[in-house]
Design a protein around this ligand. Structure first.
Ligand SMILES: NC(=O)C1=CN([C@@H]2O[C@H](COP(=O)(O)OP(=O)(O)OC[C@H]3O[C@@H](n4cnc5c(N)ncnc54)[C@H](OP(=O)(O)O)[C@@H]3O)[C@@H](O)[C@H]2O)C=CC1
Ligand SMILES: Nc1nc2c(ncn2[C@@H]2O[C@H](COP(=O)(O)O)[C@@H](O)[C@H]2O)c(=O)[nH]1
Length: 328
């Protein structure tokens, strides 16, 4: 372990190759997950201040992958039915508490089997997650199961062996995460290296979750083994984002809080998340469009025409220096 190269997104620059396309618009950012193809390998975080039913519907209708959060438990079956009645993909989250087993039974009994289920807990390398993966695969085997979160190759292998179709990597790198300071554990500060380490062991897709601060970090995640990236903070603060809009000194902000924060939990117990205010950013589609254009540009610098080309580019480690004192 102590020989493991340790670096994070800001420590890496990808090295360009000769361009083979005539326009960035030729670069194909599409990606397959399970049986479905999506516009780009990016999914907004399954958090209450990032996604609600309207945002989920918008994303699904427009060809983007989404994962609905699990914090309005009773709304989940009606949500799956509503999406499927419109011929849209249903993608929901579950926890691991006892009542979630009855929920899985209910999905089947009510003929509301979603295309995707994400098992969403803080410490995913656990028997509770393994049991839940096995139960979902027993009751509704057709559902694609994403399990997490984890931060080691052993964890990726165990969850894959239990039947997970994809694993989600990232313990504590998130913008509103305080796990790293409250517990001393996690991949905060070396998320990209942890992704690389996990990806070497993975036989199925990995979703890199947390710590993405710029659009270039998406290309870097693909280079280091991710099939998808999950992003919270860059999607917070939009017109469509759930959560209160707040005016402070004449400026508009929106709140973004952690799923393990006291604001989510309603109590101060095992708190591992905080709340921040994010400047109001305008329309969600503008960000999605800019992200896709930047990723198309990344593909052109990789010397290719699709995401595959990003997986092979050379890189250099430039410890903490890519900003040169600048900000975006
Ligand atoms: N990606 C990340 O780094 C992190 C993400 N989160 C997010 O916060 C939300 C809440 O997560 P979580 O608290 O796991 O969900 P839950 O509150 O639903 O807890 C899930 C179950 O796991 C138990 N549990 C939770 N943490 C641990 C642990 N460290 N060791 C043993 N058992 C544990 C809980 O019991 P009990 O509460 O009694 O211990 C509970 O039974 C999720 O959305 C998660 O994604 C939270 C922290 C880190
Ligand atoms: N440690 C915690 N992590 C959390 C919490 N709520 C969400 N998350 C994770 O953060 C990412 C988003 O990260 P970002 O850097 O893109 O903002 C999210 O997908 C979760 O995995 C929390 O309360 N504590």
């Amino acid at each position: 372990m102590n020989n493991l190269p340790v670096f994070d997104y800001e420590d890496i620059q990808l090295v360009p190759n000769k361009c083979i396309i005539n326009s960035r618009s030729e670069a194909d950012t599409s990606v397959k997950l399970g049986e479905h193809t999506f516009k780009m390998p990016v999914v907004p975080a399954n958090m209450q201040t990032i996604i609600d039913e309207d945002v989920a519907e918008y994303l699904a209708k427009n060809g983007y992958f989404y994962v609905m959060h699990r914090f309005d438990e009773a709304a989940r079956i009606p949500f799956v039915k509503k999406m499927q009645a419109q011929d849209l993909i249903a993608s929901i989250s579950v926890g691991v508490k006892d009542y979630e087993y009855a929920f899985i039974d209910a999905l089947k009994a009510e003929n509301a089997v979603p295309e995707f289920i994400t098992i969403d807990i803080a410490h995913g390398h656990s028997d509770s997650v393994i049991r839940m993966i096995q139960y979902i695969k027993e009751v509704i085997p057709e559902t694609f199961v994403i399990a997490g979160n984890v931060g080691t190759p052993e964890a990726v292998r165990e969850l894959e062996n239990a039947g997970a179709d994809a694993t989600k990597v990232g313990i504590g790198p998130g913008k509103v995460c305080i796990t790293k300071v409250k517990t001393g554990f996690g991949t905060g500060g070396w998320q990209l290296a942890a992704l690389r380490w996990c990806a070497k062991a993975a036989r199925k897709p990995i979703i890199a979750d947390g710590g993405i601060r710029t659009h270039g970090d998406i290309a870097k995640s693909i280079r280091f083994g991710a099939s998808f990236v999950m992003i919270g903070s860059l999607f917070a603060g939009h017109e469509e984002s759930p959560g209160q809009t707040i005016t402070k000194d004449g400026e508009l902000f929106k709140e973004y809080f952690g799923s393990a924060s006291e604001y989510q939990k309603g109590e101060k117990k095992n708190v591992e998340g905080k709340k921040i205010l994010v400047p109001h950013k305008g329309a969600l589609q503008d960000t999605l469009t800019e992200m896709q254009q930047d990723l198309q540009s990344s593909i052109s610098y990789a010397g290719g025409r699709d995401l595959e080309s990003l997986t092979k580019v050379d890189y250099v480690i430039v410890k903490n220096s890519i900003w040169n004192g600048d900000s975006i």
